[in-house]
Design a protein around this ligand. Structure first.
Ligand code: GLA
Length: 390
């Protein structure tokens, strides 16, 4: 059970972090992009995300109490006082996510966390598909790890945050977001094998091109049954494929020929979902090659193809994302674009020459307003390190 902090208490704790004398632990937790490989992580394949230069900023300091802690959100101008041994209920706002992390940490380091004060300030728009929730959870977990010298390794942090997100959002999410947020490397993409968690880093320099997110300002909700439904469809598609091909261990290992052969057993929806997964996995490999060869025209084409798959086969897009992807595809200034993240809202990711950004954003914003009656928010992004002390 938490209690809302009075203004006086909020200001007292805020002052701890703003006063120059106090020794404070400051942490930045980045959001993430995914260049390509969408809805692939929970199908056991390779994805190509990166941490970005838009972050949640955390400050931590131990307090004198054994279990009472105070957390402020500068964004909501509100704070709560709570006992860290009493978990919050899932779904009770941002504090319940943090409480989820505390419960997960307590399972592996029982009784090692004591009272602390914490302030957080997010520069990540919520619900825009850039993993504000993974940044919230991983930044908090890494901060506590440092503050209380818990010595929890990164993979355990990634898994415990994934678990907390599953419990507290209701979406059975994969591992990509937490991995990118924790393991990101400036100027690089992460090529992650989501089955083994082995990874390598791929240089992200793209001549004069850059990555531009366009936020539809349509909010997605991963807890929406659609995410879990897609995942369940992929799991049952794999089971059907395994009845004939037991050697296929993950859906990305299946082939389009297998899907074609088993199409009546699979049924239309599972055929479409599996086809996207198989094709998208090939696009990840092709994108890595294209990046190595500095073939950014090809990277752009692969992004466009990815959007087609997500729109028509995986069916996780929405009219606003489709409008922006189609607009970018028809515009010579953009090399390629696609919806990014779980879907049903959030951002498109666009590969574009820096010199074209201003003109394209002006025209796309006008067209988007006319077509969808919504404002477009451009978010230029650079790759970044994962959660770190600042
Ligand atoms: C969300 C989930 C990820 C991943 C993407 C889709 O961001 O959290 O695990 O499944 O959707 O690629």
């Amino acid at each position: 059970m938490s209690t809302k902090l009075s203004q006086v208490e909020y200001d007292r704790i805020d002052n701890i972090f703003t006063s120059v004398e106090s020794e404070v632990l400051n942490i930045e937790a980045p959001g993430r992009i995914n260049l390509i490989g969408e809805h692939i992580d929970y199908n056991g394949g390779n994805v190509l995300p990166a941490a970005i230069d838009k972050c949640i900023y955390y400050s931590f300091k131990k307090n004198e109490s054994a279990t009472i802690s105070n957390v402020l959100s500068k964004n909501f101008s509100e704070g709560f006082s709570f006992d860290i041994t009493i978990p919050e209920k899932p779904g009770d706002g941002w504090l319940s996510y943090l409480s989820g992390v505390l419960s997960e940490i307590d399972k592996i380091r029982p009784g090692k966390v004591s009272g602390f004060d914490c302030s957080l300030d997010s520069k990540l728009p919520i619900g825009s598909g850039i993993s504000s929730s993974a940044a919230l959870l991983c930044g908090f977990a890494k901060g506590l790890n440092e503050l209380f010298s818990l010595e929890i390794d990164d993979i355990t942090i990634i898994r415990l945050c994934q678990n907390a997100e599953r419990i507290f959002s209701g979406a059975n999410v994969g591992v990509m977001d937490q991995f990118a947020v924790v393991k990101g490397k400036k100027d690089h993409f992460i090529l992650l094998d989501c089955e083994t968690l082995e990874y390598s880093t791929i240089p992200a320099a793209m001549n004069t091109n850059m990555l531009l997110l366009l936020n539809t300002n349509v909010s997605h909700n991963l807890a929406d049954s659609a995410y879990n439904e897609r995942r369940a469809q992929c799991e049952s598609a794999l089971e059907i494929i395994q009845t004939k091909y037991p050697e296929v261990k993950t859906l990305v290992e299946a082939t389009e020929q297998m899907v074609e052969e088993l199409k009546s057993e699979l049924g239309e929806d599972r055929v479409k979902r599996s086809t996207h997964v198989i094709q998208e996995q090939k696009r990840v490999e092709a994108t890595v090659e294209a990046l190595k060869n500095n073939d950014f025209t090809l990277v752009g084409e692969l992004l466009n193809q990815s959007h087609d798959g997500l729109q028509n086969l995986y069916e996780v897009s929405c009219p606003e994302l489709d409008f922006l992807a189609a607009y970018a595809k028809a515009d010579d200034r953009v090399l390629g674009a696609r919806m990014m993240g779980g879907g049903f809202g959030g951002c498109t990711i666009n590969l574009i020459d820096e010199k074209n950004v201003d003109g394209f954003v002006a025209d796309a914003s006008k067209a988007y307003k006319e077509a969808c009656n919504l404002d477009l928010t451009p978010i230029p992004v650079k790759t970044n390190n994962g959660v770190q002390k600042i």
